[in-house]
Design a protein around this ligand. Structure first.
Ligand code: ADP
Ligand code: MG
Length: 346
């Protein structure tokens, strides 16, 4: 008789343990802080005097992602990377990841395989060990919860509350791209739902689509800090838009800010797509989410070290008065910053 079992793509045929074994096969441990990974009741870690940094994120189908246009491999990659981004935002290095999944019946083994291949790729790329998680069933689609563990020396850690009154405000990369990518995917989805024959018109939009579907965490920026001997005074990663994140730093540090609209980095493609949507590119940069760039502050004397780095833009400076949060436009007008976050834009 033929072994049909082997070819089945049904999760129920594999069972929970079979699925976990299948998903986590051939994992090699990379970090010396990982004493024991998957396979026991708990993972065992040893950080030998470093501070341990830990952060968790929950992604729910229909709320945080739409599988109509999100490939499962990309979703897995993004779920892991956004966790690593939180660890880098503490100026720490991610070392371990735990992944918990609630899976509904519409998913097959090969679909969860795709999701996991993205998670495993992210761990590979960022040198992180996958050390555990949990797997269960769900009645309401897919839920992914990731927990990343990182390490840093105590004196390297950067919090949100350390910005000084004249510190430079800096941001890595460019902003607003992930939000415009989402707008584009949503537009094509709606057209497709009205008329099924329509092929999505996604050519010429590579940059914004990549920003939305395959974001990267700025490990290189934390490496740059070490290379240049820089210790930021405050830092946060930009998941909810520049405006909202900058307000977090200001409130936590009990300071205000001045940023200059013409200094805010926006990619040419982001600008083009925003105009196509009848939107001011600056609004996407200020309020759009999911860019996962780093926003940080530095003492003014660090200008010489960072001023000419093309991966970092200096967009303004802190001021002494708390609640004095302003953006100066190219015309010299002062606008009060508001914490819209990207949910307000949906
Ligand atoms: P328990 O019943 O004790 O919670 P499980 O059978 O759920 O243990 O898990 C067995 C092992 O597989 C554990 O090491 C657990 O961390 C790991 N594991 C379970 N689900 C996942 C997952 N989605 N990703 C990675 N590891 C997982
Ligand atoms: Mg369990």
């Amino acid at each position: 008789m033929k072994d049909t079992h082997k070819h089945s793509d049904e999760i129920s045929d594999l069972g929970e343990f079979g699925l976990i074994r299948h998903l986590t096969r051939d994992l090699k441990i990379k970090n010396k802080s990982t004493c024991r990974g998957i396979g026991d009741d708990a993972a065992v870690l040893n950080f030998e005097g470093s501070r341990v940094v830990i952060s968790s994120d929950l992604l729910a189908e229909g709320v945080h992602f739409n599988l109509v246009y999100t490939p499962l491999k990309h979703l897995g990659y993004k779920a892991a990377v956004v966790n690593f981004s939180d660890i880098y935002a503490m100026n720490a290095q991610p070392r371990q990841l735990l992944v918990s999944l609630a899976i509904s019946r519409k998913f097959t083994v090969s679909m969860i395989d795709s999701l996991f291949s993205g998670i495993r790729l992210a761990c590979e790329q960022y040198g992180v060990d996958l050390v555990g998680g949990d797997t269960t069933s769900s009645y309401t689609g897919l839920t992914i919860s990731c927990t990343a563990v990182g390490e840093a020396a105590d004196e390297e850690l950067v919090y949100r509350n350390g910005a000084g009154k004249t510190d430079l405000i800096c941001v890595s990369g460019d902003l607003g791209g992930a939000y415009m990518g989402l707008q584009l995917l949503e537009r094509e989805r709606k057209l497709f739902e009205k008329e099924r024959e329509i092929q999505p018109a996604l050519e010429g939009y590579d940059y914004v689509l990549e920003r939305q579907l395959k974001p990267e965490a700025r490990r290189d920026i934390t490496a740059l800090f070490r290379e240049l001997g820089i210790q930021p005074t405050a830092m946060i990663d930009i998941s909810d838009g520049l405006s909202s994140e900058l307000i977090h730093i200001c409130q936590n540090s009990d300071k205000g800010c001045r940023i200059f609209s013409d200094k805010i980095p926006v990619h040419p493609e982001t600008e083009r797509v925003a105009r196509e949507f009848g939107m001011e590119p600056l609004i996407a940069a200020l309020n759009g989410g999911e860019d996962y760039e780093l926003l940080f502050t530095l003492p003014v004397k660090m200008f010489e070290k960072i001023g000419n780095r093309q991966e970092v833009s200096i967009i303004g400076h802190m001021v002494d008065v708390a609640e004095d949060l302003k953006m100066i436009t190219a015309q010299g007008e002062a606008i009060t910053l508001e914490a819209q976050g990207w949910n307000a834009l949906r």
